[in-house]
Design a protein around this ligand. Structure first.
Ligand code: NDP
Length: 409
């Protein structure tokens, strides 16, 4: 009898709870805990109305290791699914080690006071998880997550060596608000305002945020969008585990409206993460901004359009140049119809559920801390097709791959 404990009842937690409940043979007992219990109760009610499955809810502060350990001891799960915030990764890994429970998350650890995300902190737990015989799966969302699995699958089936990797994340959705972020605003804004880093000939090279951009036409009439090169965490693990990669870049689409608002917010100091005194109280401007922005969990009702996220990969097969584009297209309105969330939460929550399924069914096994690409991609790719995120793979010419013109046949 499998028991899972989901931590975090935001946009992603809502999808994970619903998708787990759709597979009662694998997820027999579902518990959901977060800082605010009323949010867990609202998710539980939504899950019950859609699937008839009851999930048990709890309140917990995941920054508090003893409190989390006490909750885990009460529930006795096989797996903890961390869809709270990146700040909680280390405390939740500690709690899992103390209680002998497997661990999964969707974003790498980031300290609150520095906008710096890297895997070093979590990779440092490798020996402890290995010795305890526990499996820790890092970054089981879409990007990181599915993009890592796409790369591993391409290496297994299409290449002898991968040389270049371009991950392109387009959100062609429109939520109808003046300004909103698609997932947690604090995490999102910290990510997009950080300096850009990309991998080139053995090292990460830094350039100014948003300084490199180009137009990208998605397949299947999703549209043409301006994509901006930025740093994204999966590049760190992918260039480590696939050392033949000479160049890795990550691109994300932003609308002119989003960039205009972001520039003003930055210029007036609202994206600062250092404390500021206001009326005798210390506040962090970015956290205050999060409080006044729309809740990404509420955007599903109004969001129309599609996301298109995929990898352009080049390399060598049997001594010849080869290039492929592997991608998924996801419709915001269909996601809302199925689970009551927009596609950004959906494309993160579905892979989190599939990662959990891989661990609970023993398709992915091992002891230690693992990134997605270190596991067999095939069963995960099959499940993407069955659980709501079907993918396509097309071959590209060298010119198409170099210019990211994936749509011209
Ligand atoms: P939300 O802000 O919507 O939800 C976060 C949830 O975590 C809230 O329920 C919040 O509770 C809870 N939480 C925060 N701090 C604590 C704490 N100390 N103890 C217990 N619960 C806590 O975020 P999202 O759902 O949008 O994102 C969830 C995660 O998914 C993030 O880590 C994000 O970076 C990641 N993500 C990954 C993607 C990928 O493709 N890999 C893409 C998008 C997101 P409360 O409401 O009370 O504050």
């Amino acid at each position: 009898m499998n028991t899972v404990l989901i931590i975090g009842a935001g946009g992603v937690g809502h999808v994970v709870a619903n998708k787990c409940a759709q597979l009662p043979d694998i997820f027999q007992n579902i518990h959901l805990a977060s800082r605010t219990k009323s949010k867990c109760d609202a998710v539980a009610e939504d899950v019950r109305s859609r699937t008839g499955v009851s999930i048990t809810t709890h309140s917990v502060d995941a920054d508090d290791v003893p409190a989390t350990v006490a909750l885990i001891r009460e529930i006795k799960p096989q797996l903890l699914i961390n869809v709270a915030l990146p700040y909680q990764d280390l405390t939740l890994m500690e709690a899992c080690l103390e209680t002998g429970v497997n661990y999964l998350d969707t974003a790498n650890y980031e300290p609150r006071d520095v906008a710096k995300f890297e895997y070093s902190w979590q990779w440092a737990y490798q020996e402890q998880f290995r010795k305890a015989g526990l499996f820790a799966l890092l970054g089981s969302g879409f990007d990181p997550g599915v993009t890592n699995v796409f790369t591993a699958w391409a290496l297994k089936h299409h290449f002898d060596e991968i040389h270049t990797l371009d991950i392109i994340d387009v959100n062609g959705g429109n939520h109808g608000k003046a300004f909103a972020t698609n997932f947690n605003p604090e995490i999102n804004i910290r990510e997009v305002t950080a300096p850009c880093r990309h991998w080139e000939d053995g090292a990460f090279r830094e350039t100014a945020p948003m300084s490199m951009h180009q137009s990208f036409t998605c397949p299947q009439e999703v549209g043409t969008y301006e994509i901006y090169r930025m740093y994204h965490e999966e590049m760190e693990s992918l260039v480590k585990h696939i050392p033949t990669i000479r160049q890795a870049q990550f691109w994300m689409s932003f609308s002119p409206n989003y960039l205009k608002h972001l520039e003003v917010l930055q210029n007036v100091g609202m994206t600062r993460i250092d404390p500021v005194m206001y009326n005798g109280v210390e506040i962090i401007p970015l956290q205050f901004l999060k409080a006044v922005l729309p809740d990404p969990g509420d955007l599903g009702k109004t969001t129309r359009g599609k996301t298109c996220i995929g990898n352009v990969i080049t390399g060598i097969k049997d001594g010849q140049f080869k290039a492929v584009y592997i991608y998924n297209i996801c419709d915001h309105e269909q996601c809302f119809k199925e689970v009551g969330s927009q596609a950004i939460s959906y494309t993160t929550g579905v892979p989190a559920m599939i990662g959990a399924e891989m661990i609970l069914t023993g398709k992915w096994t091992g002891a230690g801390v693992f990134n997605m690409e270190q596991n067999d991609p095939d069963p995960f790719m099959d499940e993407l097709n069955r659980r709501g995120l079907p993918w396509h793979c097309v071959e590209l010419t060298e010119e198409q791959a170099k210019t990211l013109k994936v749509n011209q046949q």
